[in-house]
Design a protein around this ligand. Sequence first.
Ligand code: NAD
Length: 380
Amino acid sequence: MAKKDFNIGMIGYGFMGRAHSNAYCKVSNFFDLELNPVLKAACARNAEPLQAFADKWGYESIETDWRKLVERDDIDAVDICVPNNLHKEIVLAAAAAGKAILCEKPLSMNAAEGEEMCQAVEAAGVANMVWYNYRRVPAVTLAKNLIESGRLGRIFHYRANFLQDWTIAEDLPQGGNALWRLDVAAAGSGVTGDLLAHCIDTAIWLNGSIADVSAMTETFVKQRMHNLTGQVEEVGIDDACTFMCHFKNGSLGLFESTRYARGHKALYTFEVNGENASIQWDLHDLHRLNYFDHGDEGVVRGWKSIHVTDHGGDHPYMDHWWVPGLQIGYEHSFVHQVADFLDAHAKGQPAAPTFRDALETQKVCDAVLASAKDRSWHNV
Ligand SMILES: NC(=O)c1ccc[n+]([C@@H]2O[C@H](COP(=O)([O-])OP(=O)(O)OC[C@H]3O[C@@H](n4cnc5c(N)ncnc54)[C@H](O)[C@@H]3O)[C@@H](O)[C@H]2O)c1
């Protein structure tokens, strides 16, 4: 297939900057695509560490001001891997410059910002996608396929958790590099926008829209030293959030997230209970999907653990990798998302989740935070 270069301008070189760069580097080796991503420019504020990052990953150039990157004629797509409070401004500028935009999640600080961003990309007619990468873990895509095939029948329950334990120490500061997630001005919210947003995106994808929510949040450590001001300041984020909801299909949802679950590092799990079958997934064992089928013969009926590595189209994405039985991991969800984006873009089609898709998650997050605040049910 004749390839066409597709020039990437990457903003941010932290956790996601690395995960996305890795995906751009690998995708053309494993997928036959018309568009070939080229690491054209990397952007962050400090030239020295940025240049080291660019050299390591093979970026052709650097920019220390994202506005310059966005204006460059040789950039086709802007990839936004910076804290949440910067997403909107960059998206508005990149849309005005006619660039395709790949934006990290959560889309925005809140739904009002998200709506503005949707309108900007839609008015400019530029391709747009949000990095809810867990959709592209093969076991999660398989869950989607099983639900869509009707195997579960009517769905009664959806429950999800995202548990971590890294902010328990009271002397952990907030704000600045690496700790911007604890600073409400940079993050917008705590575990709701950071962790539950993933759970909500997957849930909407698998089980449809959420109608209303009832939530509680807690901030266990009320004050922390702020790295940018040097002062002890109030903590404005939610450290933990639990909510229940009604889905529009009549099923009930239960979601929990915290950074205070000692022993859990990134325990994202979900379970769906249907009339005929149930499914369970666990990020710590991400290549497996647990499946219970009530239609199985009684003597052997029970939960089975599907090792999602088969070829021949049985297991999503796996034909692109090794041989059956050899699993892949976290990084591959990003490779798959890049592959799907480039394939859709070459055909002039949208790649999900678009900004408009991701705005729905943002609206649920807003309703969850509002419900926790006034202790009442909120419609989404
Ligand atoms: N999809 C996922 O699973 C996932 C995982 C982690 C983070 N995220 C999202 O990705 C985004 C970035 O998170 P991260 O974990 O990579 O953060 P990080 O702290 O590791 O990296 C942030 C980067 O932004 C850069 N930066 C900050 N201000 C900047 C500015 N004004 N101009 C240019 N660069 C600037 C920093 O130098 C750093 O390189 C966030 O929106 C986060 O929610 C998504």
